[in-house]
Design a protein around this ligand. Structure first.
Ligand SMILES: NC(=O)c1ccc[n+]([C@@H]2O[C@H](COP(=O)([O-])OP(=O)(O)OC[C@H]3O[C@@H](n4cnc5c(N)ncnc54)[C@H](O)[C@@H]3O)[C@@H](O)[C@H]2O)c1
Length: 312
């Protein structure tokens, strides 16, 4: 079987860690793409990563480029092109800068890798993945946004620490948009099947939910830029599910066409990822409170999407 090709659009902090994980996990060859001003940087990063394969034993190759022709035919594209948040900024503050960048990526993607499975990470996530799908006209099965896996990982970690439980046993799910209105779904949170509500008092759970919602901001305040290790691990879990046809049930930003009562909107919902891309969108039963939270989150996403639509 031919090796898979993974195009990483944006060779910054997340791009570098994506490449590292893809090579270490032997998912295929990676191409680190960035703008011409950053081409030498992308080439240097690729060389550094490739030299590390001499120690990891991976046969994956790494290339750095600013030429879309080198990305042509990629099986998977992971898009981190754009700027990250600085302290005090919201994700939505990035829309003016990142929208033209996503449009540029969409046009080149359509031309050079129309069949790729695309995972968008750039913020504001739900609006950027919406625009990439709209502009390329790609099928909804092939374009997904990464946020829910990361937000759920943060939620799971905080629960594990509060309960002094093994992270391996925590099942946690965060749905909705990738913003402060995201929806941690308590009814789906268990420690290997035991509902967390039976294990933690309400005030403690409320504090964990509040910390999860601000989980990205907490790191931006500490580092002066946004997180990259956990975001990269999250997107690689999605890429791996596609490349290895794992049929994983993960929360991901999917294009909704009536599901959960929403149309023409990208938002985090439980999806199944396998060789067909987003093979299923699952409509799980939510409590009335969770439905209300999802509505608030959808309204927030819609506001940013409206800004995007107006500027076409
Ligand atoms: N979805 C999530 O859960 C999540 C989590 C963390 C960060 N993010 C977002 O991911 C994005 C990337 O974060 P980062 O920390 O890697 O930033 P970074 O600044 O380290 O890297 C971004 C790279 O994109 C490049 N770029 C700019 N325009 C481009 C273009 N037209 N084509 C290709 N590359 C281009 C930049 O030169 C830069 O190297 C940010 O928008 C950030 O807010 C999303």
């Amino acid at each position: 079987m031919a090796k898979k090709k993974i195009g990483l659009i944006g060779a910054g902090n997340i791009g570098g860690e994506l490449a590292n994980l893809a090579l270490t996990k032997q998912l295929g060859d990676v191409v680190l793409f960035d703008i011409p001003a950053k081409e030498k940087f992308a080439k240097g990063k690729a060389l550094d990563l490739e030299q590390a394969t001499a120690l990891s034993g991976s046969d994956g190759k790494a290339t750095g480029t600013s030429n879309w022709a080198d990305v042509a035919g990629a099986d998977v594209l992971i898009v981190t092109a754009g700027i990250p948040r600085k302290p005090g900024q919201s994700r939505d503050d990035l829309v003016a800068t990142n929208l033209p960048i996503i449009r540029d990526v969409a046009d080149n993607m359509k031309k050079h890798c129309p069949d790729a499975f695309v995972i968008v990470i750039s913020n504001p996530l739900d609006a950027m993945v919406y625009e990439l799908k709209r502009r390329t006209g790609a099928k909804r099965e092939k374009v997904v946004g990464m946020a829910g896996v990361l937000d759920s990982a943060r939620f799971a970690l905080f629960l594990a620490r509060a309960l002094d439980a093994s992270i391996k046993d925590v099942r946690a799910m965060v749905l909705g948009g990738h913003g402060d209105d995201m929806v941690p779904v308590l009814s789906a949170c268990t420690i290997n099947g035991v509902p967390v509500r039976e294990l933690l008092a309400k005030d403690k759970l409320d504090a964990i939910i509040a910390r999860t919602r601000k989980g990205g901001g907490e790191i931006v305040e500490l580092m002066g830029t946004s997180a990259y290790y956990a975001p990269a691990s999250s997107a690689i879990a999605m890429a791996e599910a596609y490349l290895l046809d794992q049929k994983r049930l993960l929360p991901g930003a999917a294009y909704l066409d009536g599901e959960y009562g929403y149309k023409d909107l990208y938002m985090g919902v439980p999806i199944v990822i396998g060789a067909g891309g987003v093979e299923k969108i699952l409509e799980v039963k939510l409590s009335d409170e969770e439905k209300e939270m999802l509505k608030k989150s959808a309204d927030s996403v819609q506001k940013v999407v409206d800004v995007v639509k107006k500027s076409t």
